[in-house]
Design a protein around this ligand. Structure first.
Ligand SMILES: [Zn+2]
Length: 266
């Protein structure tokens, strides 16, 4: 259950102002059969390529949330939102999703049973969520060597063994959120992004090759329910208002669209 008080149960999609970032939290168990009707042919084809049920659900929920929230801003039907995924390198449809006019920016992350989508009216944004799956042993030393800078490793190993998984993944989500916001993603090693320690306010401390980024980057913690950690990064003027919405009602009821899409199913 999404029993987190800070996430407001939305019963409509609010207007996204210049001064705000909307973060929507979803649970893949709220996937509905009619959701697939919101997707464009390219997205439907992509759905077919996933072998695992959970991967399919992650992708569909990410598309559906993107389309509902953008449709409300653009005043159009969710399936008509012109989402473009053309990869700048190879022209295939696996690039970062965007609108042709770049009027809105959004970032999608999923892990375990959660999907997060963060939207802005143009400010570069990155969000990352990780499930603290404790069903397997984590080689924390090896992972730390691949991801964490020396001072970060120091904080990690200061934590008790039971807390290390959470500490590691808090670092991880902070770094990922920054990398996603810069649009550089996997081109930069997480070793070259240094962030504040998990018990401190989230903050970017160093980004290799881009010292100016420190002044533009703002980071925010996202309070998740037990077993998850998540971080949000924005690159732009400071002081954005972060709005957190629980997407359960949107996904179940479709805010006026459900009957239309159910008809398309038949
Ligand atoms: Zn490509």
């Amino acid at each position: 259950m999404l029993a987190v008080m800070e996430w407001e149960m939305a019963d409509s999609v609010p207007h996204l102002t210049k001064h705000a970032c909307q973060v929507w939290l979803a649970d893949i168990r709220d996937l509905q059969p009619w959701h697939i009707q919101l997707l464009n042919p390219e997205e439907k084809e992509r759905v077919q390529s996933f072998r695992k049920e959970q991967d399919r659900a992650h992708f569909i929920i990410g598309c559906v949330l993107s389309r509902f929230v953008l449709a409300a801003q653009l005043n159009m039907a969710p399936h008509e939102v012109p989402i473009d995924r053309t990869c700048p390198a190879c022209r295939k449809a696996h690039g970062r999703p965007q609108l042709p006019d770049r009027s809105f920016q959004w970032s999608i992350s999923h892990s375990g049973e959660r999907v997060l989508v963060a939207f802005t009216a143009g400010t570069p944004v990155g969000v990352d969520v990780e499930w603290l799956d404790d069903s397997y042993a984590l080689d924390i030393r090896q992972m730390a060597n691949e991801v964490l800078a020396e001072e970060e490793k120091y904080h990690l190993f200061q934590a008790s063994p039971q807390e290390q998984r959470r500490v590691f993944y808090t670092y991880w989500t902070r770094k990922e959120a920054i990398l996603k916001a810069t649009g550089k993603g996997l081109q930069i090693s997480p070793l070259h992004v240094i962030v504040s320690a998990p018990h401190q306010t989230p903050r970017l401390l160093y980004l290799k090759g881009d010292p100016g980024c420190l002044n533009r980057a703002a980071m925010y913690p996202l309070e998740m329910d037990n077993g998850y950690v998540a971080s949000l990064a924005l690159l732009g003027e400071a002081g954005k208002q972060i709005e957190r919405y629980d997407a359960r009602m949107l996904l179940r009821k479709g805010f006026g669209w459900k009957d239309d899409y159910r008809k398309m199913e038949q």
